[in-house]
Design a protein around this ligand. Structure first.
Ligand SMILES: O=CCCC(=O)O
Length: 490
C-alpha cells in the first residue's frame, strides 16, 4: 500500500528483500515485517525479515568479495563513491520523500538529511586516495620504518532509525573507501531508505564490473538474530554501531571473543548552556535548531537547557514564542516544521517524563500534551522551574521537550553539564571567547557547538566520550576506524 506521502514512482523502486552478493531475494525465513508511516500509522511496505542464514550468507558474500575489493586501486573506489554521491544528489527529491514517509520528518529536513548523507559519500570519495602512511629512519639508525595502512576486513554496520540515509552513508562510505566489504543491518523501523541507497551502490558496482558482494543488506525484525551469529564468526573483523548505550554495551561484550575493531556512537544527554553574556535571540534560534531537528529525536538533540538565572526568563519566553510558531503535522504537508515521533511507545515515554516533571513542580510554558490527531505526535513543549534530578533532565528524552534549569556561575553551569554519564555534544552561548575555550577544556564532551545549534558536518570527527561511545565518524578520523597499520622494519 502506498500512502500519498510516498509517490508511486518512488515506491516502485524500493527493494524490500535481503541483498546478498549483488541480488535482492526474499528472506530465508519466508517472513516479512511491516514498515509504517509514523504520521498516519499506515503500512508502507512489507520487508523481508532476515534470519541467521541470511546473515551468514551475507558475511560469506562480504568475505568472498574482500580480497578483490581491497586490491582495487584507491582511485577506482573513489570514483565509485563519487558516482554514488552524484546519483544520491540527483535523486534528492525521491530519497527525501522516502525518509519522510518512513521516519516522519518534514520534507525540508529530509532534503537536508539527503545532502548531509551525500556529503559523507563525497568526503570519503575524496579521502579514498589519501591514506596517511609513514616512512622514516629508526631513531637508533639501525633500520628504516614503514607504516602501511590496510583495510580491517568485512564489517557489520548497524544503523539507527532516526537518520536512515546519513547514518548508513557515514559508515558505508569510509568502509568502502578503506577497502572493507560490508553487511548492513538497517533499523527495523526505517529500512526503506537504506535499501534504496544500497541499490544505487549495487548498480554502480555491477556497472563497473566490481565484486558484487561488497555491499550486502539484511533487514530484520530482530537485530540480535543478525548480530549474534555474525559477531561470533571470525570472518567478521569490524563492528560499527549507532544506537543506545545499553545495546552498544551488549554489542561490545559480544565483540570481545573475536577481539573485533568496534566503533560505537551511543546515547547523549546534551547540555545547552546559555551564559549571562549570550546573544539571547541567537541562543533561542540555536536552541530551536538543537532541540527540534527530527522532533528532538537525534543523539545530538539538546536535552537540558542550563541557563544563567539573570537571563533565564528572557531566554525561556523567547523559546516559548519560537515553539509557538512551529507547525506540527505530516512531514509531507507544506508548512510542517515538526513531524511525529517514530512510534507509539516513544510518545508514551515523553508523556511519562513530562508528567513526572509537572508533578514535581515544573511549569509548562507551552505544549505538554498530545495533539488531537492520528499518528505518533507530541506537542513542542517548554518547561521551566525544573529540578535537575528529574528524568526529563537525567535521561535522554528523544522528543520535542525543552526543560530549563537555572545556574548562578560558570562553575555551577559546567558542573551541571557534566553531571551525566554521557558526553556526546554540548552547546554553549556566550560572547566571551576565553570562556568558550575554557568550556572546550572543562565540559565532558566529544563535540562542542559555540554559538551554534548544529555541529554535524561530514568533514568533522563526530563522536563522544564517556558512555556516549568509542571512535569517530566523519572527517579524517572516520576512515581510520576501518584501517589497520602494518609496521615494516627494513
Ligand atoms: O542522531 C545521531 C546523528 C545526528 C547527526 O549526525 O547530526
Amino acid at each position: 500500500m502506498t500512502p500519498p506521502s510516498l509517490p508511486p514512482t518512488v515506491a516502485a523502486h524500493v527493494p524490500t528483500g535481503v541483498l546478498i552478493d549483488g541480488a535482492w531475494r526474499p528472506a530465508s525465513t519466508g517472513r516479512t515485517f511491516e514498515v509504517a508511516d509514523p504520521a498516519t500509522t499506515e503500512v508502507l511496505f512489507d520487508v523481508a525479515d532476515g534470519g541467521e542464514q541470511d546473515a551468514l550468507d551475507a558475511l560469506t558474500a562480504a568475505d568472498g568479495a574482500f580480497p578483490e575489493w581491497r586490491a582495487t586501486a584507491p582511485r577506482v573506489r573513489a570514483e565509485l563513491l563519487r558516482a554514488v554521491f552524484e546519483t544520491i544528489t540527483a535523486r534528492t527529491e525521491d530519497i527525501a520523500a522516502l525518509v519522510t514517509a518512513e521516519g516522519g520528518k518534514p520534507l525540508a529536513e529530509s532534503r537536508a538529511e539527503v545532502a548531509y548523507g551525500a556529503d559523507y559519500v563525497r568526503w570519503y570519495s575524496e579521502q579514498a586516495v589519501r591514506f596517511e602512511g609513514l616512512a622514516r629512519r629508526a631513531p637508533s639508525g639501525a633500520n628504516h620504518q614503514l607504516v602501511l595502512r590496510r583495510p580491517v576486513g568485512p564489517a557489520l554496520l548497524i544503523t539507527p532509525w532516526n537518520f536512515p540515509i546519513a547514518m548508513i552513508a557515514r559508515k558505508v562510505a569510509p568502509a568502502l573507501a578503506a577497502g572493507c566489504t560490508v553487511v548492513i543491518k538497517p533499523a527495523q523501523l526505517t529500512p526503506l531508505t537504506t535499501a534504496y541507497v544500497a541499490e544505487i551502490i549495487r548498480e554502480e558496482l555491477e556497472g563497473r564490473g566490481l565484486p558484487t558482494g561488497v555491499v550486502n543488506v539484511v533487514p530484520s525484525a530482530s537485530a540480535r538474530t543478525i548480530s549474534g551469529p555474525l559477531l561470533a564468526d571470525p570472518r567478521l573483523r569490524k563492528l560499527s554501531f549507532t544506537g543506545s548505550t545499553e545495546v552498544g554495551a551488549a554489542l561490545l561484550k559480544a565483540s570481545a571473543d573475536n577481539i573485533l575493531r568496534t566503533s560505537m556512537e551511543l546515547g547523549g544527554n546534551a547540555p545547552f548552556l546559555v551564559f549571562e553574556d549570550a546573544d539571547i535571540p541567537a541562543a533561542v534560534q540555536g536552541a530551536v535548531q538543537a532541540k527540534m531537528r527530527n522532533a528532538g529525536q537525534t543523539c545530538v538533540a539538546a536535552n537540558r537547557f542550563l541557563v544563567h538565572a539573570s537571563v533565564a526568563e528572557e531566554f525561556t519566553a523567547g523559546l516559548t514564542e519560537a515553539f509557538d510558531r512551529l507547525v506540527v503535522g505530516h512531514g509531507a504537508d507544506e508548512g510542517t516544521t515538526v513531524g511525529p515521533l517514530i512510534e507509539s511507545s516513544a510518545v508514551d515515554r515523553v508523556e511519562e517524563v513530562v508528567a513526572e516533571a509537572v508533578d514535581a513542580g515544573a511549569r509548562v510554558r507551552i505544549g505538554g500534551d498530545r495533539p488531537d490527531r492520528p499518528g505518533y505526535f507530541y506537542a513542542p513543549t517548554v518547561l521551566d522551574r525544573v529540578s535537575a534530578d528529574l528524568r526529563v533532565i537525567t535521561e535522554e528524552t528523544f522528543g520535542p521537550v525543552a526543560p530549563v534549569v537555572t545556574f548562578g556561575s560558570e562553575d555551577e553551569g559546567v558542573a551541571l553539564a557534566n553531571s551525566t554519564p554521557f558526553g556526546l555534544v554540548a552547546y554553549a552561548y556566550t560572547r566571551d571567547i576565553a570562556r568558550a575555550l575554557r568550556l572546550a577544556e572543562s565540559v565532558d564532551t566529544g563535540m562542542l557547538g559555540v554559538n551554534r545549534g548544529l555541529v554535524s558536518d561530514a568533514s568533522a570527527p563526530f563522536g563522544g566520550v564517556k558512555s556516549s561511545g568509542l571512535g569517530r565518524e566523519g572527517g579524517e578520523a572516520g576512515i581510520e576506524e576501518y584501517l589497520d597499520s602494518v609496521y615494516v622494519a627494513i
